[in-house]
Design a protein around this ligand. Structure first.
Ligand code: C2O
Ligand code: CU
Length: 458
């Protein structure tokens, strides 16, 4: 279902068609997978780090030999990685150099409402806004992306995204692979037309080109030792089903940090915005081996080339760290994600029957309360949705009355939900008062209204 028309008449996105020749062919395994550079702070003390980050229009070589017009934090299609430490604040001065409003949201971050990148809190063109991330949560892999009202789907698709890693002392003490052996991989998809222009809004199933850190089918040279890969699904709407040729994957973390135990898995399911920290041990492979990461739909997406030996002092303890205890839940709510179809018009996305209104509060929550939410989708189309809650990490208690899926394990902020399913989750709303959104994280769905707002009150 195309959405070429503007959302709610507030924004018209002009697709720019720059290229007129023939789309260059992607030859697999000819380009290395880039590792997004770590953003350097202007100031770094034990208490805080101060950064500058631009939002700009730029170009990226996604197809070989073509510089595609994109958007990027720090002028990069995949933004720089921000590395933070628990207990040390991150302050970011974000400067919007574009000709349209944009903003930044720290996905999975426990931050005050005025720093959350609420859809209405945009940075106007030419302006700078200061964001404070307190990093009070435990070590985990988060990511940041645009969240501007009516434009987030196009902006993120065109590149406004990057990884945000929080490290903490107790995690460091586990001696997991670190430093040069701790690498974020942002996986997403994209569609090109026959001339090589990026197609922004069409049928998402036509986004057949899968990118690992911005490059289609790259190779990545590794040493014969353990690596920690922080996998982020940064696709607007897609569920990856990942496998490693001839081996299992060791999963150690989810959206909100380490799992209680390392888990070996054949297949890793990762819906949009979900994260999975994994360890792959290449020490069992002879030098010269090629190990391929595949997706059930896209096929081969990334090849690890084992090229050298290396010493390895890191370990993956079977027991990582216990998940926080779950307080008693005192409030029950239901959240229903759906489409509403209208004759001769694009559908609306709704939550509990309502299109998003950033001035309406849908749920009022008393600060400190633990709540149980039944997430469901009564969608008549049978399509998948993807529930995301800002501010807090939740736990999945049940899926369809039974146990959660392996991908629901640990601390979560995003979960896939298919029409007809029910998922029971529990969250405790600590810390801040104010307004936050929850929405379908298939961004073309939230864009057409599948978003709602809660307010936490004292
Ligand atoms: Cu990843 Cu409301 O966002
Ligand atoms: Cu949806």
């Amino acid at each position: 279902q195309g959405h070429e028309d503007s959302a709610h008449g507030e924004h018209t996105f002009q697709e720019s068609k720059t290229f007129t020749g023939t789309k260059p062919e992607i030859v697999p395994w000819t380009r290395p997978m880039p590792v997004p550079p770590v953003l350097r702070p202007l100031v770094s003390t034990a208490k805080q780090e101060i950064y500058q980050l631009s939002i700009e229009r730029t170009t990226a070589e996604i197809l070989p030999g073509l510089q595609s017009p994109v958007m990027g934090f720090g002028g990069q299609f995949v933004g720089p990685t921000i590395r933070a430490k628990t207990g040390r604040k991150t302050l970011i001065m974000v400067h919007n150099k574009m000709d349209e409003a944009a903003n930044i949201h720290l996905h999975g971050g426990h931050v005050a409402p005025e720093h959350d990148g609420h859809p209405k809190d945009v940075i106007e063109p030419g302006r700078t806004r200061l964001y404070l991330y307190p990093n009070t949560q435990q070590g985990t892999t988060l990511w940041y992306h645009d969240h501007s009202h009516g434009t987030e789907a196009a902006h993120v698709y065109l590149g406004l995204h990057g990884a945000y890693v929080i490290e903490d002392e107790s995690e460091r003490a586990l001696n997991l692979p670190s430093g040069a052996y701790d690498i974020p991989i942002l996986l997403r998809d994209i569609q090109f037309d026959d001339s090589g222009n990026i197609v922004v809004f069409d049928d998402p199933s036509k986004r057949t080109v899968v990118l690992a850190n911005g490059v289609p089918q790259p190779y990545f040279e590794v040493a014969a030792r353990k690596y920690r890969f922080r996998l982020v699904n940064s696709a607007n709407q897609r569920v990856f089903k990942l496998r490693l040729t001839g081996d299992k994957i060791t999963r150690i973390g989810s959206d909100g940090g380490l799992l209680a135990n390392a888990v070996e898995t054949e297949e890793l399911v990762l819906s949009s915005a979900e994260r999975s920290d994994v360890v792959i041990d290449f020490s069992k492979y002879p030098i010269g081996s090629k190990v391929v990461l595949t997706d059930a739909v896209a096929g081969e997406i990334l090849r690890f080339d084992v090229v050298r030996r290396a010493t390895d002092q890191s370990r993956v303890p079977a027991v990582l760290r216990p998940l926080p205890a779950m307080p008693l839940s005192t409030v029950d709510r239901e959240v229903d994600l759906s489409f509403v179809f209208k004759p001769n018009d694009r559908p609306d996305g709704v939550i509990n029957g309502k299109v998003f209104d950033m001035d309406r509060v849908d749920f009022t929550i008393k600060r400190g309360t633990t709540e149980t939410w039944l997430i469901k989708s009564s969608d008549p189309t049978g399509v998948k949705h993807n529930f995301h809650l800002h501010l807090v990490q939740f736990r999945v208690l049940e899926r369809n009355g039974g146990p959660p899926l392996p991908s629901d394990a640990g601390l979560k902020d995003t979960i896939p939900i298919t029409a007809g399913e029910t998922v029971k989750v529990q969250a405790t709303f600590t810390g801040y008062t104010g307004r936050y959104v929850y929405h379908c994280h298939f961004l073309e769905h939230s864009w057409i209204g599948m978003m709602a707002q809660l307010e936490i009150v004292p």
